[in-house]
Design a protein around this ligand. Structure first.
Ligand SMILES: Nc1ncnc2c1ncn2[C@@H]1O[C@H](COP(=O)(O)OP(=O)(O)OP(=O)(O)O)[C@@H](O)[C@H]1O
Ligand SMILES: [Mg+2]
Length: 284
């Protein structure tokens, strides 16, 4: 099951009828329900957010069909009466979390999702408090979501989605605005969720160090087309990343340097961050 894109295109319309912009063109894609940590990458304006928004019915295709757990999302609005069921299954953390928050207090905001999707009040509160503890934001409980810093807002938005326990989680630049330690903690949390639940996570990011450390699959979008769909290693072994306006992860740059200047012969395989590289060097 999971999510299946069948020849999906999306065109944005401008004010004038002839102003049409193609953001996605003939996308065919298969996302498994379980066990994927997908990084969706590509330069700004490539169509990443637009693609993600099709996965839970926030946007409808202009052409083609998006099949989400067997529910078919089609171009006609009135033919999609059960989008709420899709949104319950596919959680979405927005690129700009301030658009996602709206309740009086952080606690109420995080409870909104579970309540909206049918949890009883006590259960919703219990889940909200647990998730706040997990994300280390319990102290923000009674604050207004609008009086938070960007990084705090992002954590609250993430908590609000985790609270209703969706089957697949979509994250649009989840570490943007977080301080370095916060970014690492958040990524570790996603990795923990993935390992404990086997849930598929799909994350948009511009950070190649994160892509290389965590992603089990990388999808590149360029001008509304998928130009790469494969593993993280192959992407950086040749010039594919360059052709798609991406940069090499720092750890691979360092391996290149050591191999070139110090005549080392270190393979990229099995080294996904600096700690892995240090361990390798200690054994040499
Ligand atoms: N509401 C809209 N109306 C018209 N055009 C839009 C709209 N939203 C996005 N676009 C256009 O569609 C293209 C893809 O936008 P999208 O937001 O999906 O890109 P992105 O890859 O997420 O970029 P970024 O990395 O900057 O977030 C862009 O060229 C953008 O200008
Ligand atoms: Mg975007």
């Amino acid at each position: 099951m999971g999510i299946l894109f069948d020849s999906v295109s999306h065109r944005y319309r401008g004010l004038k009828k002839k102003d049409v912009f193609t953001a996605l063109e003939n996308i065919n894609l298969n996302i498994n329900e379980k066990n994927e940590f997908i990084a969706l990458v590509g330069r700004t304006g490539a169509g990443k957010s637009t693609l993600l928004q099709h996965m839970n019915g926030l946007r409808l295709p202009t052409e083609g069909i998006v099949d989400v757990f067997g529910y078919k999302i089609t171009p006609k609005k009135r033919k999609n009466p059960k989008l709420k069921d899709v949104r319950r299954k596919i959680g979405y953390v927005f690129q700009f979390p301030e658009y996602q928050l709206f309740e009086e207090t952080v606690l109420k905001d995080i409870m909104f999702g579970p309540l909206n999707f049918g949890y009883k009040k006590e259960e919703a509160e219990k889940r909200a408090l647990e998730i706040m503890d997990l994300l280390k934001i319990s102290d923000l409980k009674d604050k207004s979501p609008f009086n938070l810093s960007g990084g705090q807002m992002r954590r609250v938005a993430i908590a609000g989605v985790l609270a209703y326990d969706p089957d697949i989680i979509l994250l649009d630049e989840p570490t943007r605005g977080l301080d370095p330690k916060g970014a690492i903690e958040t990524m570790e949390l996603f990795e923990e969720i993935r390992q404990k639940t086997n849930k598929t996570l799909i994350m948009i990011t511009h950070d190649m160090d994160i892509v290389y450390e965590y992603a089990t699959r990388v999808i590149i979008l360029k001008d509304g087309h998928i130009t790469y769909d494969g593993n993280r290693l192959d992407l950086f072994k040749d010039d594919t990343y360059k052709d798609n306006y991406l940069v090499k992860p720092e750890v691979l740059k360092l391996i290149d340097y050591l191999n070139e200047k110090n005549n080392y012969n270190i393979c990229y395989d099995d080294i996904y961050n600096l700690d892995d590289l240090i361990k390798k060097l200690e054994k040499m």
